[in-house]
Design a protein around this ligand. Structure first.
Ligand code: WT7
Length: 649
């Protein structure tokens, strides 16, 4: 593999970059040896309403656990993203919104965005939302979702954005968990020419919730579709906006006030409501956005992530807006109406910085150079990738074909829980190796440990941990702080466990090898195998299910489900289709199983624990080297599974 090929920093990039190699070295050292001083200095990029008195009070020790940054300080996130830009860049475009159908883009200036946010903040207040309330947003990729997020922050409400691709079931459990009584949605979303029935899904979710439920729904008329309407509960967004007052002062929020909840999947149980707080998160999002993408004033930046994920939060909304950046927001999918759509958007808005996902890159790459046919692409300066490991082939294609060999690629490793980018090249400072996320960002102290928790030095491969806190770190799991401590700080004592494996090479570069727990990454979407399994066994005819990831050319990982049916049920093609539909209905289309493997028995230990290691190997057709099988209750199961797998493939 030519993966170790080194791409030096292009001198032209280094010359004008915020951070070059010597400066990275110096600042990184400073951030590690004197974190308080370093972060106090960086905190000057925030407009504070009250100065903080202490920079960092953090301990990962489970006995005296605590994470607090910038205590005593007060600020307002919407004021930092909007008001403070009005003096200098009121007429500058904040958001270029590109619709699903090509040919219609809308430019929204900072002045307009500010005005809309103030109005919607007043709408929320009128509807009875007060500081600390949780507002669920179930929205398409339209400017109103950004307006609603910022409006929440303006009045101290906590938003919980639920990805518009989730099913009513998934939505209802997220609404129920955070107890929000108000939902903001749209009549429908549009993706690749198809309509997504968001309002109908909200109605169904509320139905499922019953009593504990939502009493207000605000509906943006996006497609104008005729939707069911309950006059006691449903409100028209435009009508409320037209009656709302234009002026809304930003509320002074404590540094550690919760800013938002975002649900993500873990290896066990239901999705966790990850809680991020105000000051540290905003500072970290803004600083990483500026330095990792080397964002320069006046540039146009496009992050293709959906707002329903952390990348959309930190790098489509908060980081860029805090930095006064012009961002593209795109409603649709990269290959609609055809594979050249991304290149067309880049050309028509003269995008300088493109931040996207390996799955989108691989989907384009699968069609050779067709994705850039007829495109100019000369506006591009920096490329970024996130969400899953990028294979060197896709990296090289991205670099050559989209970046025309000229644009550095920042392969950014991070997580919902980290709030912002953690391990990454900086365009003006870091020589690149295709497939490596390279080096830690300022203040980040990655390390590798073996399964016993022993620190590994030098060149090594092991579990990726983080030794100390950083401002953007999540503070809790909503409603279950002890689960937070248990999940992230108990596997290895006194450190944060990422759930990822990684290798460190002789140059100190990190190579993320993927999750070491039962979490899948399908097209950059994070999913727990346990969630998919519980959806499967909820079906009447399913007795047992085990789900593993299997390599997939475009999605990175595909979903491979072993299913045992009830004794009186025969497997059939129609049942296979029904089960796939069932999972899509329970969770959403992102959880669609790629393969259903009917089996009469799963490999279990004598205590009944399913041995996933074996299931992963068989799904990958690696029949040899299954490891120690002596603990299996019934070793014959393995031969059955292998024979069944041979028949499927
Ligand atoms: C998991 C987190 C990028 C933030 C949005 C996804 C995987 C993320 C990379 C990368 C290899 C990556 C990890 C991580 N991951 N970025 N550059 N290289 N793997 O956040 O949904 O919380 O998923 O995505 O496995 O743990 P998320």
């Amino acid at each position: 593999m030519s993966a170790d090929h080194l791409y030096p920093v292009p001198p032209a990039v280094a010359q004008h970059a915020h951070i070059d190699a010597p400066r990275y070295q110096a600042l990184y050292q400073a951030s590690i040896s004197h974190p308080e001083q370093f972060w106090a200095e960086q905190a000057r990029r925030i407009d504070w309403m009250t100065a903080f008195s202490q920079v960092k009070q953090t301990s990962f020790d489970t006995e005296q656990f605590g994470i607090q940054w910038f205590t005593g300080g007060q600020l307002n996130v919407s004021a930092n993203c909007l008001d403070r830009h009005l003096a200098e860049r009121a007429e500058q475009t904040a958001i270029i919104w590109e619709a699903d159908e090509p040919g219609s883009a809308i430019h929204i200036s900072y002045r307009e965005l500010h005005a809309q946010v103030c109005r919607f903040a007043n709408v929320l207040k009128q509807q009875g939302v007060v500081q600390g309330d949780v507002v669920t947003l179930y929205m398409p990729m339209i400017p109103e979702v950004v307006i609603a997020m910022l409006a929440c922050t303006r009045i101290g409400a906590i938003h919980s954005v639920v990805f518009g691709g989730f099913s009513p079931e998934a939505l209802s459990s997220r609404i129920g968990d955070c107890g929000s009584r108000i939902v903001v949605t749209a009549d429908e979303g549009c993706r690749a020419g198809r309509r997504i029935p968001l309002k109908a899904n909200v109605d169904a979710a509320i139905e499922l919730l019953g009593d504990r439920s939502v009493n207000q729904v605000i509906v943006v008329r996006h497609t104008g579709a005729d939707v069911a309407w309950d006059a006691r509960r449903d409100h028209d967004y435009d009508q409320l906006m037209s009656r709302a007052e234009a002026h809304c002062p930003p509320l002074a929020m404590d540094s550690e006030a919760p800013l938002f909840i975002l649900y993500t999947s873990g290896s066990t149980g239901q999705p966790k409501g990850i809680v991020h707080t105000t000051a540290g998160y905003l500072l970290y999002a803004a600083l990483t956005h500026e330095t990792v993408f080397d964002y320069q004033p006046g540039e146009t930046y496009w992050c293709t992530a959906d707002v329903g994920w952390i990348t959309g939060h930190s790098y489509m909304v908060y980081g860029p807006l805090a930095n006064g950046c012009t961002s593209v927001m795109y409603e649709g999918v990269p290959n609609y109406p055809d594979i050249t759509r991304m290149a067309q958007i880049i050309d028509s808005h003269k995008v300088n910085i493109l931040y996207t996902a390996p799955t989108a890159i691989r989907a384009m790459m699968a069609q050779g150079d067709a994705a850039v046919q007829g495109a100019d692409g000369s506006s591009l300066r920096i490329l970024g990738s996130a969400g899953e490991p990028i294979n060197p082939e896709a990296w090289n294609w991205f670099h050559q074909t989209v970046g025309q060999g000229r644009c550095p690629i920042v392969d950014t490793w991070w997580q919902t829980e980290t709030g912002g980018i953690m391990v990454t090249p900086l365009p003006g400072a870091t020589a690149l190796k295709p497939g490596s996320a390279t080096r830690p960002f300022f203040g980040v102290r990655p390390a590798l440990v073996d399964n016993e928790g022993q620190l590994l030095e030098g060149e090594a491969e092991g579990n990726l941990i983080l030794l100390d806190s950083w401002p953007g770190q999540a503070r809790s799991i909503h409603g279950d702080h002890s689960r937070f401590i248990e999940t992230y700080f108990s596997t290895f004592k006194g450190v944060y466990f990422t759930g990822d494996g990684a290798r460190r090479d002789a140059d100190g570069y990190y190579w993320i090898t993927g999750r070491v727990d039962d979490v899948l990454n399908v097209s950059g979407h994070r999913m727990g195998t346990a969630e998919i399994e519980s959806a499967l066994v909820a079906h009447q005819q399913v007795a047992e299910a085990a789900v593993v990831g299997v390599a997939h050319d475009i999605k990175g990982q595909g979903i491979y489900a072993y299913v045992t049916l009830n004794a009186d049920v025969q497997p059939s093609e129609s049942l296979r289709i029904e089960l796939i539909q069932w999972v899509r209905r329970e969770i959403g289309p992102i959880a669609t199983p790629d393969c259903i493997h009917w089996t009469s028995g799963l490999p279990k230990t004598r205590s009944g624990k399913i041995m996933r290691r074996i299931l992963r190997k068989i799904a990958a057709a690696e029949y040899e080297g299954l490891g120690d099988l002596s603990t299996l209750a019934d070793p014959a199961v393995v031969d059955h599974l292998i024979n069944e797998h041979r028949r499927i493939s």
